[in-house]
Design a protein around this ligand. Structure first.
Ligand code: UD1
Ligand code: M6R
Length: 717
């Protein structure tokens, strides 16, 4: 939900001004992940001192705050580590005191930025308060900073001068919940710790010299380490170990391969990370950019390393070390440094006023990219590289369960029927949170499909873990390469829509829709009986990018409708049936989240079962009346509306005689869109609704990229 950014320069001289600007700019690119408050921590003027700047509101407010505090921007640092954060409140109001970085004490000995939630923070807080620590915020994060200080002091008193990563291992042992975490301390100058569990983190590397190898070795405690000492048990009391942790700790002590003693690993402190070795062994100037999202790193470097859960990265002396607390059978011994294929221009607004508008207009291109290299239109073949090898297993599934949240859930609803039709496998579609609440039975011969733009949504991720534990095959349909869902699923498809920054999901929806249709087509490519239907759909897909371009031309009319008839309305109904029910739900969600207008997607067949009572001459209604086999039923539903003096706006196909005739006698308007195959029509029909939600919001003066109470990536339950 929040955004993390860190910047370390080693033997690359930077002024404080440059360091501040780099951190603030990094935050600006993360703002879409959370934006109710921001903050940075950098080195102060005295040795051992830290400057923390925080502000409520957007990054621009933080910039003003820093200017007001007027730090000396000209001081230079040959080596330095700074950390930064943009927050979306989960614990504590958006107040200055709750902004990150959070600190251990008024001297700022340890400062921490954190994404995620520490679930046992209340217990930790109570214990720390009992030990005399004074808390100043309502955040769960503050207990991490205080825990660092407490464990640092206790160990020092016991004669253990711990390395920063060893100290961090002790801290992590106490934490339950999820985190992406950066810590900086005056006791470890020019060093930073980055660690994650259930919250993404990546590290960009920038160096003039070529890296020796394109990976970093993972470092483990020595196998034959002796019985670990338990520094936390000063006073013969374990410090707040939860039962699970205590068990792990005990097991670790017996197996002698769990953490936490300094001496066990002391030699590792001096092992060098091969990637950062220069030819002659001399130190190499290097910069590191740590972030929760590639969007803030790509400006500086395209060489990035994705941390895995429980990785503990320690950056110091121009080196990056990755530690893990224990060896796991079959786990990778290295982390590769990959090259990002993302251009900065891709994440900039270009000529558009908002990212949402840009992303709506990108859809001819993003939908094309989803299909690029995957569909052979000449031979009517679909090849999804990420699924090819898995198709025989998936075809044998007893059922497909599609699991997602929000817009991603709607893309599943939109394609469920075509999956069932083409694969003859029963398909259920689940909202991730409800699926988990019900503890839905899942079996080894189920195939579970997880759809997510960000690949980080907590509910979807939890459902994924639930299905993995039950032995089901898991498939991801994900936009963000390197995201948790993309990495944890057995196989999947990257939708290749490019970064989506606007909180309202638009281009991800159309690309997910297409990726799912391609998945369904792949499942049926061994079926002779489905050949004609497959050809019809594949040829339909080919035309989609061009047809979306055509619908976008409706913008001036839609803009006018939003400024006239739909202006100042309190509520809006969207009617759809069959394939268009998902479009009605998705359109209603867009309108709600961006323009704050109540809006409801209604299955047209359900009108007579209750909703009709709402209809009168005042309630605005939009109905999907495009052609498919259910067309006569849709016409009849719309007649029920007009009979109650409703005057709907009909989204219909171009030159449709039926609507042309009806508009002569009934009070209705039409928005004409191109016709395509029934199962693809939803791709076209959603575009006018995206535009409508955009203009309803802009007309009200709402910042559509930052709707109230919402964040782009929902990484809490
Ligand atoms: C891959 C490359 C693409 C290259 C193409 C050339 C990546 C990310 N993609 O695309 O750059 O042009 O080969 O042949 O390197 N996966 C999951 N879960 C998910 C999504 C994907 O496990 O949620 C897995 C897939 O099973 C696959 C891999 O990630 O093993 C890449 O998937 P995808 O990008 O969809 O594959 P290609 O389209 O073949
Ligand atoms: O990243 P995901 O696709 O997993 O996100 C799921 C929902 O949070 C998301 O689609 C949300 O509903 C959007 N803001 C809708 O526009």
């Amino acid at each position: 939900m929040c955004g993390i950014f860190g910047y370390c320069n080693y033997l690359v001289e930077r002024s404080r001004g440059e360091i501040i600007d780099t951190l603030v700019d990094g935050l600006q690119r993360l703002e879409y992940r959370g934006y109710d408050s921001t903050g940075i921590a950098i080195d102060g003027d005295e040795a051992d001192s830290t400057f923390i700047y925080k502000q409520i509101g957007k990054v621009s407010a933080l910039k003003e705050e820093i200017t007001k505090q007027n730090p000396n921007r000209d001081v230079t640092f040959v080596s330095h580590c700074g950390i930064a954060h943009t927050r979306w409140a989960t614990h504590g109001q958006p107040e200055q005191v709750n902004c990150h970085p959070q600190r251990s004490d008024p001297e700022d000995q340890f400062v921490v930025v954190h994404n995620g939630i520490i679930t046992n923070f209340r217990e930790l807080k109570t214990l720390l308060i009992n030990k005399g620590y004074k808390f100043e915020s309502d955040t769960d994060t503050e207990c991490i900073a205080k825990l660092y200080l407490h464990l640092y002091n206790t160990n020092l008193q016991n004669g253990h001068d711990l390395d920063f990563h060893e100290l961090t291992k002790l801290v992590l042992l106490e934490l339950e919940g999820s985190y992406g975490l950066l810590c900086k301390s005056c006791h470890y100058p020019n060093e930073v710790i980055a660690t994650r569990k259930g919250s993404p983190l990546l590290i960009g590397v920038k160096s003039e010299k070529k890296l020796k190898v394109d990976f970093v070795d993972v470092e483990f405690p020595e196998e034959n380490a002796g019985q670990p000492e338990i520094p936390l048990k000063s006073n013969n009391k374990s410090f707040g170990l939860g039962p699970k942790k205590a068990r792990e700790f005990e097991a670790g002590s017996q197996n002698a391969n769990l953490l936490p003693i300094a001496a066990n690993e002391f030699n590792l402190r001096h092992s060098q990370s091969r990637a950062f070795l220069s030819e002659d062994g001399s130190p190499t100037p290097v910069e590191f950019f740590v972030s929760s999202d590639a969007a803030s790193v790509v400006k500086h470097t395209k060489k990035v390393l994705f941390l895995e859960d429980d990785d503990l990265a320690h950056i110091y002396d121009g080196e990056l070390h990755i530690h893990r607390s224990r060896r796991e059978v079959g786990a990778s011994m290295t982390r590769s440094i990959q090259t990002l294929e993302m251009e900065l221009a891709q994440i900039m607004k270009g000529p558009y006023d908002h990212f949402m508008q840009k992303e709506i207009y990108e859809q001819p291109e993003s939908t094309f990219n989803t299909m690029r290299g995957r569909i052979d239109y000449e031979n009517n073949k679909v090849i999804l590289g990420g699924l090819k090898a898995w198709l025989p297993v998936i075809r044998r599934a007893r059922r497909l369960i599609m699991i997602a949240c929000g817009t991603s859930y709607h893309s599943c609803l939109a394609t469920r029927a075509i999956f069932e039709e083409l694969s003859d496998i029963p398909v259920s579609v689940e909202l991730a949170s409800d699926f988990l609440d019900r503890k839905c039975p899942v079996f080894r011969d189920d195939v579970c499909v997880f759809v997510s733009q960000s690949g980080e949504t907590a509910d979807t991720m939890l459902a994924l873990n639930y299905c993995l534990e039950r032995g089901a095959l898991t498939v991801g349909i994900v936009n963000s390469v390197g995201s948790s869902i993309s990495r944890v699923t057995h196989c999947g498809v990257h939708i290749n829509a490019g970064p989506e920054i606007g909180v309202a999901s638009t281009k991800a929806y159309t690309s997910q829709y297409i990726a799912l249709v391609m998945f369904a087509l792949s499942l049926s490519d061994d079926r002779v009986s489905k050949i004609d239907r497959r050809i019809e759909i594949i040829q339909g897909l080919k035309l989609i990018p061009g047809q979306i371009k055509q619908v976008l031309k409706l913008e001036p009319r839609i803009k006018k409708l939003c400024a006239t008839e739909l202006k100042d309305q309190k509520s809006l109904l969207l009617l759809g049936r069959g394939y268009q029910f998902a479009a009605a739900l998705e359109g209603a969600l867009k309108i709600k989240e961006i323009s704050y207008m109540h809006s409801e997607g209604v299955l047209a067949g359900e009108l007579k079962h209750g909703v009709l009572a709402l209809v009168d001459e005042n309630l605005p209604i939009i109905a999907f009346g495009t052609r498919d086999s259910l067309f006569p039923k849709v016409v009849s539903s719309i007649e029920q509306v007009t009979a109650r003096k409703g005057h709907p706006i009909i989204i219909c196909n171009e030159n449709d005689e039926v609507w042309a005739q009806k508009s002569k006698s009934i009070d209705l308007q039409t928005l004409e869109v191109p016709q395509t195959v029934d199962c693809l029509q939803g791709l076209i029909n959603i575009i006018p609704l995206q535009l409508m939600s955009y203009w309803l919001a802009v007309n009200k003066g709402i910042d559509v990229d930052f709707p109230r109470n919402l964040a782009k990536s929902v990484t809490v339950e």
